[in-house]
Design a protein around this ligand. Sequence first.
Ligand SMILES: [Zn+2]
Ligand SMILES: [Zn+2]
Length: 330
Amino acid sequence: MKSYFRHRPVNESFEDPCLFVAIARQKRALLFDAGDLHRLAQTELYKVSDLFVTHMHIDHFIGFDTLLRAILRRPAPLRIYGPQGIIEAINGKLRGYTWNLIRSYPLKMEVFEITAFKKNMTNGQIRHCSFHAENGLKPVDRGCNDFDGYVLKEPFFSVKALNISHGIPVLAYRIDEEVHINIDKAKLVERDIETGPWLSEFKEAILKNDRERTFRAGNKIVSFEEVEDIAMLTEGQRISYVMDVSLERENIESIVDFVKGSDYLYIEAFFLEKDMELAGERNHLTARLAGEIARRAGVKNLIPLHFSLRYKEQPELIIEEAMKAFSGKD
Ligand SMILES: [Zn+2]
Ligand SMILES: [Zn+2]
C-alpha cells in the first residue's frame, strides 16, 4: 500500500526509543519522542515540523537540545506536543542557556500541553505556550482550550493523542492518513495534461470535496470534473506509537481501543513475562502484553521497541515473546 509516510525507529531496540516519520514530497517530518537523536542527519532534524513527546523521562527527552540546535536559524516554526509538565520542561531546558544573541532569529516554538484527563471526563484541556527568539525564548501563555483528542489536523493526515499512565501522565500517539490518492498518470498522458504542483492542490480539493476548483496544469486550465476520474482512492494508513505504559487494566483497554486497525504499531516491550513483577514496579509493559495488545487491536505490523538492557544478550527472547502473543499461538 502506498503511503505519504516513510517511518523508521531512530535507534536500536536497546537504545532510546524515537520514531522518525518523513512526509513524502514535502521537506517535512514528524518526530515521536526526543531521546538520543544523534543518528538523525542534520538535514533530517531540520525537516522536523512537529515533535510529539510521550513523557519527559530522560530517554525520551534528552535529544531536545540536539533538535533545537539543528533548527535554531530555521524560519519554519516547531510545534511540540506533550503531557502535563511539557511547558515547564521546555522552559527549564531553555533557561539553561544564554540567549542574548538570537533576537533577530526567526525561531518560533509553539508548545501544546495536554492535561487534566480525569476519570469519567472525556475531554481534557490543551494549553498553548509560545517560545519565540524575538522574546529571548521566554514563555508567552496563549491560553487553554478543550481538547478533542486531536493534536494536529491537516488535509492529508491527523495525529491524535491519548492520555495514559506510566505512574506519571504519558501520551500515546496515532497518525491517521486520510484516504490515499493515487494519480493515474497514463490518463493524463492520453489527455495531454502535464503533471506538476497542481496535483497536490487537486488532492487537497478531493479531500475537502471542493468540486468548484480549477487547476493550472502547465499552460492549461483544468476543472475538477475534467480530471476527477484520474484519482484512485485507497484507504490511508494508521501508524501508532505507544511508549512506557503501566500494566493497569484500564490503561491496556484504552490502548487496544486507540490503536485499533493500525497498519503499524510501534510499542514498548521493556520486560519479559517472567519479570512481570519488575514490570509492575517500573510501570512498563511486557513483550507478551505488547503482542496481545497488537493482536486484540487487529494491528497489521507490530514493531516492538525499547527493550530493557537486562536482556542485552538475548534480544530474540523479547521479539519471540511479543510475536508469539501477536500471532495468538500462546
Ligand atoms: Zn518512562
Ligand atoms: Zn522509556
